[in-house]
Unconditional design. Structure first.
Length: 466
């Protein structure tokens, strides 16, 4: 019998309504017990703070969150319609210095459960789909890892059952948006041009970060590629930890400058990756993850794909240099430099205004524009992966390039609970979900509800060192 945190929209809606209702009750009948922090409408009053602090004294921390996103493609694309994605996660973090007397050590265990509809069936865009999209619905172990800080934190090591997602080609503001073309790893090419195993699926991996100074870093990792695990329901992560199914390694690298301690923070990154896994190339040089239904059914396997990227995240304005309210500009570009890849180059640019009003310091206004140029020999290639094919996605159409834009406002209702309505517009979607050559720009409206139990209930958190 399958266990699930939140497998349907109904359960997510009930959870959100319960949180909202409880908050309203507390705010109207128990204001004497707690004071609502500035910038929120009400609070639950940190009911588990005492328990969390006691456990933190022993080095034990809890975390849990639920993200629900509803998409309504109101015009264009493949067809109009509504889809819903839900991602529930929970885990524990351990400060091994407190727990076992091991200096600079942390351990992590994380579980994830997704129940998702694929909004690409409506918009006609694969890389514009939800970052919470499964693509399979299975309760799984998404992380079991060990972190070790050495030499006065100049060297950070991280190993175990992990994912390269979140460690490379990413900025803090990326997951203010609800497209895998931004949330996670920035431009769409980083996600689609390799065989890396992405969250919530975990694989064996190792990452090292050298910090010559407080604001500079050199980071590299090596991860086993088990791309098929991302698309199979039996890949729950609790068993089958061998490397027999791995068909290569994913080796990302990145150098950067991150002045998080300054009043106007700057984060500059330059990196890339090498992917050793085999990939199919058709008679005309067409890259394809699969060949079913393709005009280039006769493929030869090649190995080795390389990509590079560079990005900048910069605070450009503050009403007060000491304030957390700020306007952040960001941009990143990615290029495929070796091997046949679906996306030749991709870019993302945007703005995030944190604290648009003095009375709303925790709200954000978010805008992003994403662009992807497809390999010119990608016409008639099949969809990006075997999982998409098994899900009924047909032949990708000859789309030279695709654009995506998103605008949203995230309202912090109370600590640990926010609501974020958004608008998305896709120009020239690649129609990977349809054999039809008819393509229409698509317009989607949506809303995301985010519940983070640590903020909601007052639980302290530990997280990862970087």
């Amino acid at each position: 019998m399958r266990t699930s945190f939140a497998s349907t929209l109904r359960s997510a809606t009930i959870l959100s309504a319960a949180v909202l209702g409880a908050g309203l009750i507390v705010s109207t009948s128990a204001q004497a017990q707690s004071t609502t922090p500035p910038g929120y409408f009400f609070t639950l009053g940190d009911p588990l703070k005492s328990f969390g602090d006691q456990m933190a004294n022993y080095g034990i921390y809890f975390n849990a969150a639920n993200v629900n996103v509803v998409y309504d493609n109101v015009s264009g694309g493949r067809k109009t319609g509504v889809s819903d994605t839900n991602d529930a996660s929970a885990g524990m973090d351990f400060d091994m210095t407190k727990l076992a007397g091991i200096p600079g050590a942390r351990a992590h265990i994380q579980f994830d459960d997704r129940a998702a509809g694929f909004n690409g069936n409506y918009t006609g865009s694969v890389w514009g789909s939800s970052p919470e999209y499964g693509p399979v619905e299975v309760f799984q172990l998404s992380e079991l890892s060990w972190e070790q800080s050495l030499f006065d934190d100049h060297l950070r090591l991280y190993a175990g059952r992990i994912s390269p997602l979140g460690d490379f080609s990413t900025f803090d503001v990326y997951c203010n948006f609800y497209s895998i073309g931004v949330c996670g790893n920035g431009p769409a090419g980083y996600y689609f041009d390799n065989s890396a195993t992405y969250a919530p699926v975990s694989t064996w991996g190792f990452r090292a970060t050298v910090k010559p100074t407080l604001s500079t870093y050199i980071r590299a990792g090596v991860y086993a590629n088990d791309d098929a695990a991302y698309y199979t329901t039996h890949s729950h992560g609790f068993t089958d930890w061998g490397l027999a199914k791995a068909d290569g390694v994913f080796i990302p690298f990145q150098i950067g400058y991150d002045s998080t301690t300054q009043n106007y923070p700057t984060h500059v990154m330059l990196g890339g990756y090498y992917d050793s896994s085999p990939y199919g190339v058709g008679a005309t040089g067409t890259p394809a993850a699969i060949v079913a239904g393709s005009a280039n059914a006769a493929l030869t396997n090649q190995r080795g794909r390389t990509s590079v990227y560079m990005g900048l995240e910069q605070t450009v304005w503050k009403p007060d240099p000491k304030s957390d309210r700020q306007l952040i500009a960001f941009g990143e570009a990615q290029w495929s430099v070796e091997g046949a890849a679906p996306i030749e180059n991709a870019q993302v640019f945007g703005l995030v205004l944190q604290g648009p009003f003095a009375s709303r310091p925790h709200d954000t206004v978010n805008f992003a524009w994403d662009f992807a140029k497809y390999n010119h020999r990608f016409a008639q290639a099949a969809a990006f992966g075997a999982g998409y094919a098994s899900g009924g996605i047909g032949v990708m159409q000859a789309t030279p390039a695709e654009n995506w834009m998103e605008f949203s406002y995230s309202a912090a209702v109370m600590p640990g609970f926010s609501i974020q309505p958004f608008l998305q517009y896709f120009t020239n979607p690649e129609m990977a979900v349809s054999n039809s050559a008819i393509k229409h720009d698509s317009f989607t409206i949506g809303v995301a509800t985010v519940v983070v139990l640590n903020g909601l209930l007052g639980l302290p958190g530990l997280g990862h060192s970087n």
